[in-house]
Design a protein around this ligand. Structure first.
Ligand code: PLP
Length: 437
């Protein structure tokens, strides 16, 4: 068993399901990430997404206005800022809840990985001559027939399944999604309507992934998207950093020693927030401060990052927690070891929050900004509050950030929600209103 870099008090808080801020002692320690991936892979992922853009417009006409890029706006949230940010500075919302095609942050990573596989097959079989060819050829009969011989499988709590299932089926693959017990019925229905096979598991996310992986491995024509272990997903997610860099520049927001950037990222198994952190750190270095956010009942990334480099992440079950949360996108019991090892020196810290707190943020987003998100995404809005705690202030002090907080930029990364059916969202809102009264 790995030694965990957590204090006795933090240990007690985690076991008791109390919110906390954990500062990463291995932040900026070169020894913490001996096998860090090569950042040039982010540019490769960005190029691949550009190569496929014309094809994506054919498959998803809603992408034509954005030239085939799957991207979301960066929204300045002035009203919400006064309400949720006690630190000064500007608040922005990264609107991935409205990412086209998949309706969540899973769009970039999931679609990138499926495109990697499709591209490899198409090149091998000569359907496209090289990477400068017209990828719209892949909508032709011969390409679809080839893809139909192949299966793409994935295990998911819901949103990754949506992303992989939708792009997989759109290209003509035989798509199979293994859903954990947390997955919402409407996500399963949405996939089945598109011809995706949904396998329901009465088990947690880790078990759904394991079952999907085993079934897929037994079939030589099946490709498994391994959320616990995937550089392709990770680099697809990391592309968001390049896009954000452009958006910040367009908004005239500098990121430098006098203008720190704080980014709050909801975390499940770690791929999406890890990839984005990796991308942002490669662009902005020490001037960006990335914090992951997790439900008190599923702090798997906290436990994973607190472990020693190269060690297996500690499951939340070791702390007698049961993933009892409405944040289904974050309902993961064990972090990805690959992601922990890739980003252990990059992450500033992790904070946790109760479901009550998530619903309070969900309500504020609705009433103050008219933005509808799923509970998982709302956790990002607690970032500035958590940095204003005693532990948070310790971070600000030790990095000499207090003096430039008035110039700071805070980004709450809204990770999912636009596909949530009205009835489901109304249910979230009812809970939120009840809690707040
Ligand atoms: C998947 C997901 C996340 C976190 O991504 P991981 O790669 O699992 O860490 C956050 N928010 C939502 C809504 C998600 O679906």
């Amino acid at each position: 068993m790995t030694t965990l870099n957590i204090t006795a008090q933090e240990k007690r808080q985690i076991s008791a399901g109390e919110p906390l801020v954990w500062l990463n002692p291995m932040y900026q320690s070169a020894a913490a990430a001996p096998d860090a991936p090569d950042a040039s892979a982010i540019l490769e992922a960005e190029s691949r997404l550009l190569r496929f853009a014309p094809l994506l417009i054919e498959l998803f006409p809603e992408l034509s206005a954005a030239d085939g890029l799957i991207e979301s706006p960066l929204i300045e949230a002035t009203v919400l800022n006064t309400e949720i940010n006690p630190l000064a500075g500007q608040l922005f919302l990264k609107a991935d809840h409205a990412l086209p095609v998949a309706g969540s942050i899973k769009a970039r990573g999931g679609i990138h990985e499926v495109l990697c596989f499709a591209e490899k097959l198409a090149l091998e079989k000569g359907l496209i001559s090289d990477t400068s060819d017209d990828y719209r050829k892949l909508t032709a009969k011969d390409a679809r027939a080839l893809f139909a011989e192949h299966q793409i499988a994935v295990g998911s709590t819901g949103n990754l399944g949506l992303s992989i299932g939708i792009i997989g089926a759109a290209l003509g693959f035989n798509a199979v999604v293994h859903m954990s017990s947390d997955a919402k019925d409407w996500k399963k229905e949405r996939l089945r309507k598109r011809g995706v096979t949904v396998v329901e598991h009465n088990a947690d996310y880790g078990a759904a992934v394991a079952a999907g992986r085993a079934e897929s491995d037994a079939d030589p024509k099946s490709y498994f998207v391994d959320d616990e272990n995937s550089p392709r997903l990770f680099m697809g997610y990391a592309v968001a950093a390049l896009r954000l860099q452009r958006q910040l520049a367009d908004a005239g927001i500098p990121v430098d020693a006098d203008h720190p950037l704080f980014v709050y990222l909801p975390a499940g198994v770690g791929g999406a927030p890890g990839g984005i952190t990796f991308g942002l750190k490669s662009l902005f270095g020490e001037h960006v401060h990335c914090f992951f956010a997790e439900p008190v009942q599923a702090p798997c990334m906290l436990l994973g990052m607190a472990g020693e480099p190269g060690s297996e992440p500690t499951p939340i079950y070791d702390f007698d927690l049961q993933i009892d949360t409405d944040a289904d996108g974050l309902a993961v019991g064990t972090a990805s070891q690959w992601v922990c090892d890739a980003t252990r020196d990059l992450l500033s810290g992790v904070y946790t929050a109760t479901d009550t707190q998530l619903y309070q943020q969900l309500l504020k987003l609705k009433t103050l900004q008219d933005i509808e998100v799923e509970p998982s995404a709302a956790i990002s809005c607690l970032g500035p509050t958590m940095l204003n705690t005693e532990v948070g202030k310790h971070y600000l002090d030790s990095h000499q950030l207090r003096k430039c907080l008035k110039n700071s930029t805070h980004i709450a990364w809204l990770t999912g929600g636009s596909f949530v059916p009205d009835k489901e969202y109304q249910h979230f809102l009812d809970i939120a209103i009840k809690i707040s009264n």
